[in-house]
Design a protein around this ligand. Structure first.
Ligand code: PLP
Length: 342
């Protein structure tokens, strides 16, 4: 099977499994797990922040960020199709009790003029704007990169209003590798950041949340409250260290393959896609020009040993990752051609 449903489907490499077996461990709630401490130090250093916290998932990291930045009744501004708003089960409302103010973006970017208007002034009727969230790369915008210049403009505006900025950087390493700008440069344009180890970097579990030492101390308490205080977590931190140390540069291969896939798909009659929109590892193609419907199309693809997902009623999503090589991309294009003409 060529599994292009998501970059979360990767299996840990032999090196990762070996590292898990060999990991030095301790009780991480007592802060005695040397492998977790090493992972947190490494991430903080790479992201240019004072401290980092190992969390179970990207969702947990983002929700801890919302809980640590805001209180019930506060308002959080975020892009209308951002992961935190769209895909995190309403947790910001259910757990943090905050109100979401969503602004539709263009390739993941909330227009600055709209953002400026959305920040609340002082008025007895208003909630207080306590957080702005950005997402880079932007998942539902098809892995689009938020330019560093845009992030800096948002940060300047936010700072002028004393509103902190949190970055959902589940795929920040993809943005960094594709743009040639270090993750720490992007992270410098926000107060706090969450990065995933279990997507393109290929680790089985985990994310990191980074920020100031004082803020991470408060986040650590929220992590405990959410049941994320883990014990001998070194066994899962060890592959995370390998992810940060050995899996970043190879993301360029995923991007090259996604581009090749997009260019090949663009040649298939009835499939429409603009290859220039594919900036990283996510490929979204519109199949409304085909005579087969979505369910049928995905089923035919699966029979050809290719798995993809329906992103919307008319669009299919393919995500490249470490377990998809050049041959798999060519096989996928062949499978799509056969599925549309069958
Ligand atoms: C996957 C993802 C997350 C959350 O990751 P989980 O580890 O699956 O909870 C957060 N933000 C974005 C943009 C993502 O793509």
């Amino acid at each position: 099977m060529i599994d292009l449903r998501s970059d979360t489907v990767t299996r840990p490499s032999a090196a990762m499994r070996h590292a898990m077996a060999q990991a030095e461990v301790g009780d991480d709630v007592y802060r005695e797990d040397p492998t977790v401490l090493k992972l947190e130090e490494t991430a903080a250093e790479m992201l240019g922040k004072e401290a980092a916290l190992f969390v179970t998932s990207g969702t947990q990291g983002n929700q801890i960020a919302v809980l640590t930045h805001a209180r019930p009744g506060d308002e959080v501004i975020l892009e209308a199709e951002s992961h935190i708003f769209y895909y995190e089960v309403g947790a910001m409302a259910a757990l943090a009790g905050v109100q979401a103010r969503t602004l539709p973006g263009v390739r993941g970017q909330m227009p600055l003029s709209q953002l400026k208007k959305a920040i609340r002034g002082v008025n007895i009727h208003y909630p207080e704007t306590k957080l702005i969230c950005l997402e880079n790369t932007h998942n539902r915008a098809g892995g689009a990169i938020l330019p560093l210049s845009y992030m800096k403009e948002v940060y300047e505006l936010a700072q002028a209003h004393q509103v902190p900025v949190h970055l959902d950087g589940a795929r920040l390493f993809n943005a960094a590798v594709a743009s040639g700008i270090a993750v720490r440069e992007f992270a410098a344009a926000v107060d706090t950041v969450q990065v995933c180890l279990s997507k393109g970097l290929g680790a089985p579990i985990g994310s990191l949340l980074a920020g100031s030492r004082e803020w991470i101390e408060r986040a650590r308490k929220w992590r405990k409250a959410l049941g994320g205080g883990m014990r001998q977590a070194g066994v899962i931190a060890a592959p995370g260290l390998l992810a940060l140390n050995t899996m970043v540069d190879r993301l360029a291969d995923d991007h090259r393959r996604a581009k090749r896939l997009a260019e090949g798909l663009a040649q298939i009659p009835g499939v429409s896609i603009r290859p220039e929109d594919v900036e990283t590892n996510i490929v979204i193609a519109d199949i409304s020009g085909l005579s087969v419907g979505m369910a049928d199309f995905l089923q035919r693809l699966a029979k050809e040993s290719v798995l993809a997902t329906d992103f919307s009623e008319t669009t299919v999503r393919f995500v490249t990752h470490v377990d998809v090589d050049d041959a798999a991309i060519e096989a996928t294009l062949l499978a799509v051609s056969r599925s549309v003409s069958a």
